[in-house]
Design a protein. Sequence first.
Lengths: 231, 471
Amino acid sequence: MIRITGLHKAFAGSAVLGGIDATVAEGKIVALLGASGSGKSTLLRCLNGLETFDAGTLEIAGFSLKPGAHDARTLHALRAKVGMVFQEFHLFSHLSVLDNVTLAPRIARGTARTKAEAHARELLAQVGLAERAHAMPRELSGGQKQRVAIARALAQGVAVLLLDEPTSALDPELREEVREVLRKVARGAHGASGAGLTILLVTHEHALARELADEIWTLAAGKIEGISRTP
Amino acid sequence: MQESGELGWGADLQGGEPYVYESPTQPGVIIGFEVEIADALARELGVRAKFHQNDWSNLIPSLERGDFDLALNGLEDTPARRARLRLSRPYFVYGETLAVRIGSKLHTLAALSGRRIGTLNQTVAQDLLQAQHAEVVLYEGQQEPYMDLSHGRVEGVLLDHVIADRYGCGQPGLSCVKQDLARGTYVIGMRPSDVELATRVDAALSRLIDSGELRRILEHWRLWDARQEELGGRAPAPVAAPPQAVVAATPAAPLVATKPTLSAAQLGLFVHGALLTILISLCAFGFALPFGVLLAVIRAHGGRTSRFLATAYVELFRGTPVLLQLYVLYYGLSSLIRLGPIEAAILGLGLNYAAYEAEVHRGALAALPRGQAEAASSLGLSRVQVLRHVLLPQSMRIALPALTNDFVALLKDSSLVSVITVVELTKRMTIVAVELRDWVVPGLLCAGMYFAMSFPLSRLSLWLERRYQSA
């Protein structure tokens, strides 16, 4: 569950988020649309603690964030439950696909290597990259990289998945393979075995938003302009 | 000499008081008892004396090259020099004086066997000590051996009484053995081919001795003592000098014939020097690399104060000569930290290179996309884990070419540590070159050894770079 109350955020005096109030119920998928600079990415980054904010409260996956600096312990625990996928993938270029996925479970959570790798292989199979486990990131296409990044974000058994324009950096012909993975993840969220994965998807693709989301929020000038429910 | 009306003479100002040195009250004016002797000689010969500054350890090669006509700077009369040069009659009698720490039982030459004893390079004292199988520590300046004696780095210092009286015997905690351990004379060195000059110099010296002028000069410098009585009574040194010259047709020829060649023992010392060079370089780099990375991390991620301190460190160590840093570390701070020469060399080079490594790694860290750190943080890695597992492994690859470059530079900079008595590869080369009167063979050997050390490293680095790119 995500609850956003009175969220304000300014960069160097100019407001980026000007009072956001909204809730995403557990197991729901929300797509966030809006022009560039409307504050979509900033909102997402606030939810993961990558940005601090000036006023309001954020409740996410059972954690509560307040304005100002976050303490390291809260962030460490929160990020075990909140996964994030970036527009530019940000795979660790010195690590293999498998090591990219197992790094956080092993290092940040102390999971044994064999257990972490077994889980990582399951996830890689889900995103269709079981055979590329030992490839290096530079050997992958953009679409493949983003699929690895999705597997990496899910590897800690998260309750919330934040996706920041996951298809925007890709050539059009590579987008479909990522969309296909997103559909699969979304079905998991909606399905009986999905254990209620909550998803916030920032995108410019209206069709994808309508296809996947339960709700579509439209952001403009740092405020939610409208919320529409998809059938 | 005649054509120019000048008598060129070479000496090293670093030899200091009372030989030849810059006047402390009138900068640029050169004084000393040897300056007065050179002037008196020139007067006798009807020319002007012209001083040439020359590093003492290379005084003889420079004389042979023709940079000046006389080597006049505490040059001791030895069989080796006699075989190589034309030597004048003596102008000074010195006693080898042993300085020890008060309470030491070392009083004789024989007792020095196996002991760590300091002296200056290319002196009679060095030969005497080596003949006794003492562990000889060689210095470039005359103050440093006594400092090291006070600090316990050597057990004794054997040097001419002129140096011992001025720099050693009066130091707190030190005392000098009353008896001279050996006696010898200072002579003027000339090229073997300068037969006529040698005759005239000897005649001039004899006139200075007979007229009492030499005594007056030595008294002025408070150098006249009972030892100098030997000067007057002593017959002029055999000016025909090199014994080989007697059988040779021309004075120059025998020198070629008797030129010593590189011996197996010298080759062994070369290898030892090379091993020392690689040891010092590896240890210094092994210190500089992690320390430099730490400094880079502090500069990139530290708080205000620690960032300031790290920046100040880098600027200080990068902005001052490493030679100065070595001197300060080994001599300047010796009352605070007592380091052996090799430890000081490793630490000094390590501290200096850490500043360079810090900059290399700061640049490499800054070159990484910001998303790498954000992605790692978003996964729940702590700041230290982000650095350790994500940023540093990648920045290290970016830094690799610069690291190799720095290590090769360090390998060569390690020759600077000879100023703190370490006889590494380059120092060994200069010692052998002076002994052999040949810079070509030892020089090529030395260059070959540096190359043999640095080239595999460059290959290794290239291989690593390629491995990181493919794999």
